[in-house]
Design a protein. Structure first.
Length: 352
């Protein structure tokens, strides 16, 4: 058998073999001998069977590499796919030939899923994430001719708790809005005024603000890395009512005065990109002092809860980046000034 070749430009091992006139490519981004052995192992399995019949573990490796190439190894999609498949798929099915795996076997990964510690069942949302990633792996296997179409569908067993979202009551919102000398107070207020995710607010740059709107182009994840956002609907334009605009203007003025400017609107105390981990520590103290429940993400949930009864659902979904049904709002197409004004009206009415 041929020897794997390390491609310096692509930073991966590559090996091509041909069986019965069919050529198949095997790759691994893991450097060193371990990555080389993985490629050889997959290639030998392919050559031995004379057809594409790798194990679930081998297909998982290819699947993760595809996600990495498309979205990056630090993307939320990659991190979730890697961890959930490692914890709940590999222990059950890792050694099985993927062609032999049936829907009942995949379902077993969900039915038997348990947390590492404690006896409490996993939440319905957590199991839904496991199911979603299993479906993505099955789809990858089918598209690459590793398996035939499977009959049936995966389900979430009954009896798993639905985890609620922390939502601030009106009094807690008032306490949040009271002016503070806390460095990141403005960032947290903007979250409850716009429904943005914490990482999206921390990732705002001066160029994303035009005096009337902010454009969500990036987010800073928990590891302090810049990403394109949680999903493809995350990049969007958000209209701001006067209080939010005033808050951003004062924050930029503060940064100009202290640092001669910073490209980050909500920079750290030295003018650089903030660390969500450090900001969360400051939130814990601030929230305790003001008796505010939850986390910074609770501020997004609070916004949705406060405006959902008055704002039309398509407009709300577009603002918070939930749905692909309103691509005309945001960076996907022309911007609708009428909807901007309508959204500002709804938000102002709620925060009077």
């Amino acid at each position: 058998m041929a020897t794997p070749i390390w491609n310096e430009k692509e930073q991966r091992w590559t090996l091509r073999i041909s069986v019965n006139g069919v050529t198949h490519k095997f790759t691994s981004v893991e450097p060193g001998e371990r990555g080389k052995r993985k490629v050889l192992k997959s290639a030998r399995a392919y050559g031995h069977h004379g057809s594409k019949n790798p194990t679930v573990a081998e297909v998982r490796e290819e699947w993760l590499e595809e996600i990495e190439m498309k979205l990056g190894i630090h993307s939320e999609s990659y991190r979730q796919a890697e961890s959930l498949s490692r914890l709940f798929i590999l222990p059950k099915l890792g050694r099985m030939r993927i062609f032999d795996v049936r829907m009942k076997d995949w379902q077993r990964c969900i039915n038997d899923a348990r947390p590492k510690k404690g006896k409490e069942p996993l939440s319905k949302k957590y199991l839904s994430n496991i199911r979603a990633n299993i479906n993505l792996l099955i789809k990858y296997a089918y598209e690459n001719e590793y398996t035939d179409p499977l009959r049936g569908s995966l389900y979430i067993p009954a009896g798993h708790p639905v985890v609620g979202k922390d939502i601030l009551d009106p009094d807690a919102v008032k306490r949040l809005l009271e002016p503070s000398e806390e460095w990141f107070w403005g960032a947290w207020v903007l979250m409850v005024l716009t429904g943005c995710r914490p990482g999206e607010i921390y990732g705002l740059q001066k160029g994303d603000y035009n005096g009337m709107t902010i454009t969500i182009r990036r987010a800073i994840n928990d590891q302090g890395r810049i990403t394109e956002g949680k999903n493809r609907n995350a990049q969007r334009i958000i209209p701001l009512h006067p209080f939010a605009r005033d808050l951003i203007n004062k924050t930029i003025e503060r940064n100009d005065e202290l640092f001669g400017g910073s490209k980050w609107i909500f920079c750290d105390t030295k003018g650089a990109m903030c660390s969500p981990h450090n900001v969360r520590k400051r939130w814990t103290k601030f929230a305790a002092d003001r008796h505010i429940p939850g986390t910074p993400y609770s501020l997004r949930h609070t916004f949705v809860s406060m405006v959902k009864t008055t704002m039309p659902e398509p407009l709300l979904k577009a603002l918070v980046g939930h749905s692909a049904q309103m691509d005309t709002i945001g960076v996907y197409g022309h911007h609708l000034d009428r909807d901007d004004q309508e959204a500002v009206g709804y938000i102002q009415e709620v925060f009077k």
